[in-house]
Design a protein around this ligand. Structure first.
Ligand code: TEU
Ligand code: CA
Length: 553
């Protein structure tokens, strides 16, 4: 068994991300909740996933939809109760599905007890749980900006100090230099582990070692020291999966985060591929065409450099990202085919695949009027860019392409009112295409996007080469085809994808002829020498390897 297949369950697992607010509403208040998730466990069991990552459901004033936590050890009433969480953990466990919680450790809500205490005075024992700087009103400590707009410093008159916040004003940064704070965090995590959670996703974990005096937020000087301590005091005490969100991760840093010696985390979410279609030096709102060969180079580098030295996460989507079929597929004529191609392309690689709710249905972006957007980041962007003189049409084009609300419209369960998400009024409008795109229409259809994801999950469990095979990119210079092999001691996987909507010659057909077809998104009878628009084929060769010549085409 290859070193990669070292028995860690999460190396053979597929993880499903739920954004609870938008997944399933059980009590008609228009907001998804834990009982709603419990009611959909059979659906997730049919899909075949092994774990569920829940975006935050702890107590929160919801300034950033729960990423502003006011009590790390209680469930927000809008989502249910601690008993509901315990029931979810138990019910999922009966289906061999683990529950992964989202830990937001870089900042808390300004309504957290710690911050309310901290604001009482400089001598308060909780004051140094946060990052303060003396100052004069109107003279900011420095010109650092917050991710959701405005300065990163907020004035507190009664203290004569500013506090630091990388995100909204209601998300004050926690001071990880304080060992008492770190101890409280470790105790909280071990409390959740004791309740049977199967792992944690760590929100902006690469930003916790901030040093605002040197304008450092990501990859701060003590970052890996803190993560190693965190890991030793918590995660290493149980058989958990941990995945850190690290927008600034490089392959070198990822080898630290996901070191096979288990000293830090299982893996990280890195975003190098995600940032390719934006203007260099610009923001995500500054749209640029996807440089396809760069995309292949980035994936190949991460696959090769982390092989036996770390572990990749594999994702296209999450609750912060536009939906991939609209972004790099085709959400019109070729929606189903391109959604399957993107799935086959990603799920053949080495790493742990993540499926974001609705991705398995081929759900798409939306194009709302500005008044229908709910996300703080989107609403602030709209206002800020109007003030800067951008045209409204240009701003809306960026929002339609990049708003986080593209991922946050309600899960589309059926063709009934509000797509079966709620019997009340949804907190955010349902995508108008829900009558054509919903789970009820796909769960029993092997040719649906759902059917393709289900098959990919099964193949990963059936063939070890998905877990431990060496990655080799093929045709790196080709402008339309994304193709690679995965090779281990007894078999070889070949994945061939036409990434675009035009028919192309298939230069690998000879290689394909010597292998068995595992999965295709093509209707029958296609021309073998050609790859139709968005056509994807997955082959397996066991016993003999594809010849060296074929391999280095
Ligand atoms: O996101 C971190 C983060 O940087 C994102 O906000 C990203 O910059 C932006 O979404 C790009 O579109 C994490 C959570 O995933 C996000 O939902 C939270 O808003 C943020 O942290 C603060 O907790
Ligand atoms: Ca509800």
């Amino acid at each position: 068994m290859g070193k990669q297949n070292d028995g860690k369950w999460w190396k053979r697992a597929v993880i499903y991300q739920i954004y609870p607010r938008s997944f399933a509403d059980s009590n008609g208040d228009g907001i998804g909740d834990l009982q709603g998730i419990i009611s959909k466990l059979d659906y997730l069991e049919r899909l075949g996933i092994d774990a569920i990552w829940l975006s935050p459901v702890c107590r929160s004033p919801q300034d950033d939809n729960g990423y502003d936590i006011s009590d790390y050890q209680d469930i927000d009433p809008m989502f249910g109760t601690l008993e509901d969480m315990e029931q979810l953990i138990a019910e999922a466990g009966r289906r061999q599905i683990r529950i992964i919680l989202d830990l937001v450790l870089n900042h808390s809500s300004d309504e957290h007890r710690w911050f309310r205490e901290a604001k009482k005075g400089r001598e308060n024992p909780y004051h140094d749980y946060y990052v303060w700087r003396d100052g004069v009103e109107g003279q900011l400590p420095n010109d650092m900006r917050a991710a959701f707009g405005g300065p990163a410093w907020e004035w507190v008159p009664e203290l004569g100090q500013y506090y630091f916040h990388q995100f909204s004003v209601k998300q004050p940064d926690l001071n990880w230099e304080n060992p008492r704070l770190r101890r409280e965090i470790y105790d909280m995590i071990n409390w959740w582990t004791g309740k049977g959670v199967g792992g944690f996703r760590l929100d902006v974990i690469d930003q916790i070692a901030k040093d605002p005096d040197r304008k450092i937020t990501g990859n701060g000087p003590r970052l890996h020291e803190f993560i190693r301590e965190l890991s030793a005091e918590t995660f290493q005490k149980a058989d958990l999966v941990t995945v850190g969100e690290a927008w600034g991760a490089t392959t070198e840093l990822a080898k630290l985060y996901s070191n096979p010696d288990n000293s830090e985390l299982s893996m990280v979410f890195q975003f190098e591929h995600i940032c390719l279609d934006q203007v260099a030096g610009g923001e995500k709102w500054d749209l640029a065409p996807l440089p396809f060969r760069r995309l292949k180079e980035v994936f190949a580098r991460w696959q090769v450099e982390l092989h036996n030295k770390g572990w990749n996460s594999l994702f296209w989507n999450n609750h912060d990202l536009p939906r991939i079929v609209s972004r790099w597929g085709n959400d019109g004529e070729y929606r189903v085919k391109s959604a399957k191609m993107l799935a086959m392309l990603l799920h053949g690689m080495q790493g742990t695949p993540y499926i974001y709710q609705g991705e398995e249905l081929g759900m798409t972006n939306v194009a709302f009027g500005i008044e229908e957007y709910r996300d703080i980041e989107t609403r602030n962007l709209y206002r800020e860019r109007l003030e800067k003189g951008y045209g409204e049409a240009e701003i809306l084009a960026s929002i339609h392409a990049r708003s986080r609300d593209n991922a946050r419209t309600p899960m589309q369960w059926d063709a009934g009112e509000h797509a079966g998400f709620t019997e009340g009024t949804p907190w955010i409008k349902v995508n108008p295409n829900y009558r054509q795109i919903h789970a009820a229409g796909q769960m029993e259809d092997p040719d649906s996007v759902f059917g393709c994801y289900r098959q990919l999950i099964r193949l990963r469990k059936e063939y070890g080469v998905f877990t431990d095979g060496d990655f080799q990119m093929l045709l790196p210079e080709d402008e339309a085809i994304f193709a690679y092999t995965r090779t281990n001691e007894d078999s070889q996987l070949l994945v061939v994808c036409n990434f675009y909507g035009r028919t192309v010659e298939d230069p690998l057909v000879e290689m394909e002829d010597s292998a068995d077809l595992l999965l295709t998104n093509a209707e029958n009878g296609g021309e073998r020498q050609l790859l139709e628009p968005y056509e994807a084929r997955m082959y397996l060769k066991t016993g003999g390897m594809l010849s060296q010549k074929e391999k280095h085409l």
